[in-house]
Design a protein around this ligand. Sequence first.
Ligand code: PLP
Ligand code: COI
Length: 341
Amino acid sequence: MEKKNIDWSNLGFGYVQTDYRYVSNFTGGAWDEGVLTEDANIVLNECAGVLQYAQTVFEGLKAYTTEDGHIVTFRPDLNAERMMASAARLEMPVFPKERFIDAVTQVVAANEAYVPPYGSGATLYLRPYMFGMNSVIGVKPADDYQFRLFCTPVGPYFKGGAKPLTIRVSDFDRAAPNGTGDIKAGLNYAMSLHAIVTAHEEGYDENMYLDPKTRTKVEETGGANFLFVTRDNKVVTPKSGSILPSITRRSLVHVAQEYLGLEVEEREVLFEEVKDFAECGLCGTAAVISPVGKIVDHGKEICLPSGMTEMGPVTRKLYETLTGIQMGRIPAPEGWIHVIK
Ligand code: PLP
Ligand code: COI
């Protein structure tokens, strides 16, 4: 298979249109068979539920070329399950797990020419999503839905790759108590746009959101969960009902405990404690693990002792082990790697 002529090592996190995407429609109370199509455009009624009341959920996962030349994805079953939970919360029909995994397999295989080569630093990002299709004018769920899955080759989410980030504590909340912070709905990202645009204008890479009720506990950023490392090498990660249950974070907890023999605490993390941590990282499919060097709270700077030049030592070990598993250099736990070819 001849690869596309793409400068893989210089890709950012952007959209590159690829050849095939998967589409399945839900009408009359049932999903159709689903097909691959070359048509990247969607024609919608002006009153479609997604356009009026933001009835849409999505997922994000990646395909990798392994060291020995296979193409694999990482824990797609967990993305399928999380999308089912997201859909149920927004009164949408669920797209069955085995069909989700089949769609992943079909799209990656059909776009093999876009799967970045091993060692290029790039990966193929997969974006499954679902939305309300038919006209909806009173506030209610749509009757008809579309599931789609496209892919795009991507490089690092944050410019500068592994250089530690500077983030700020946001004055805006990302999720309401008892709201939708724990699902992957487009609406959570729409309401974070103002916060991210102003953060960038002010020179920050991302926002740290605190818990909306008391504003004393660390939640997550706009697109990743937090991992902290204590000065005695314990991994600490915030537990909250209003953050997205990151698959990367859940995997890293296992990696920390089972591969690296580290103690892990999943618990509420007070913002007050952050100044005492040795390392901080943002973890997610897009972010992988991106180190944080500085956290600014209304002018007050917390500088992580791991510094602003490179990843801290524990973060690095976590990063190398996780990416080693994803790229086939390190044996994976049973069921983590879905081989496409
Ligand atoms: N938190 C938010 C708000 C996200 O958008 C993402 C990205 O998917 C994550 C966390 C990380 O989740 P995952 O590791 O499953 O990609
Ligand atoms: C992902 O990591 O897959 C996400 O969806 C995060 C998004 C900010 C790109």
